[in-house]
Design a protein around this ligand. Sequence first.
Ligand SMILES: Cc1cc2nc3c(=O)[nH]c(=O)nc-3n(C[C@H](O)[C@H](O)[C@H](O)COP(=O)(O)OP(=O)(O)OC[C@H]3O[C@@H](n4cnc5c(N)ncnc54)[C@H](O)[C@@H]3O)c2cc1C
Length: 342
Amino acid sequence: MTILGLSHRRAIIVGAGQAGLAVASALRTAGLAPQRDFAIIDANPRGERSWASRADSMQLLTDAQHSAIGGVPLPSDPARRPYPPEMERYLTAVETSIGVATMWGIRATGVEHRGTGSTLLLRTAEGAVQTRNVVCATGFASRPSLPAWASELIVPGVILHSADYRLSRQIPQGDVLIIGGGDSGTQVAGELAHSHVVTLSTRSRHRHGGRTALPPRGTVRSSWFRRQSPTPASDERLDKLLRSGVTFAPGSIGVDGQDVLFADGTRVKPQSVIFATGYLPGDQWLPQSVRDGAHRRLRRGMTTMPGLFVAGHPRHGRHRSDTFIGAQRDASAIVRRIMNRP
Ligand SMILES: Cc1cc2nc3c(=O)[nH]c(=O)nc-3n(C[C@H](O)[C@H](O)[C@H](O)COP(=O)(O)OP(=O)(O)OC[C@H]3O[C@@H](n4cnc5c(N)ncnc54)[C@H](O)[C@@H]3O)c2cc1C
């Protein structure tokens, strides 16, 4: 079926990750039929979700019982923390259980109101389609975020973002500077500590200013971990990194040729650099007025454009919207509103 064949569906969900599938599952529970009443499109041409592009060795920060959607449990021990490949397979199983056939390789490019009624026009790279409701579920951590000075850095080894890190073999032997002490940075540092000389640059203050000092307890940002995980606090993770030989450095503030400059005035000449500097949301295809309106704290998942909803984005939902639990809650609220719309 082409995108044009989707005309006049009750809803089109954009994005087939966990947030989109949670909405699909809730729509089905509310009595709508997949394909006939609603559909999902996704830009990925290979039919893969975000978890397929994350390092296989990266353990989820949430345990299995807090990483499930659509009433489909993850098998075996509910307290274990799954790995990305399992989540990729799991979400495909959820999709099958809902009975939804995602239309892959279709990128949404815009959405606008059509006429004076409640119809929306969803624009995609394959053409435009009219529908009554659009759910943007295109990810809150969708694109790598890099500091402005990153492009000026030159190193003898490799420079990559943590989003592109898969295996320690990607990084040439020798030293590596990891910039960013959040969840991704600490996980990659822990893995590379077995094979490389690792320095972890974190923005938090250092007690002694020295390179081996840990940031003060509780100051390192660890979003999903702190919110969801029943496992030990991130300070213990930092202690473990220190014991495994990771050196801690202050936040990185710029470059000077092959040197990376730290906030305390010191510098290093790293062989390779990994930017673990976070992600940008995938809502850039929404109208600017909708993105600007997110701060108005509308009800969960609603936007300033009637009929347009956003799932999985803390800016449009609540602060846990970018987690499995939050996606599930957003989905219920959004579907209640879709069912009440004319
Ligand atoms: C490294 C990392 C670790 C994480 N660990 C956890 C964890 O342990 N526990 C937890 O609860 N959460 C975790 N999260 C947060 C969150 O669960 C994930 O980011 C999750 O992938 C979000 O799901 P989503 O469906 O909102 O977005 P995504 O999985 O990003 O799915 C969005 C989909 O939209 C598609 N898309 C994007 N733009 C367009 C467009 N314009 N048109 C059409 N399709 C488009 C993409 O192809 C993609 O398939 C983690 C995130 C990251 C980055």
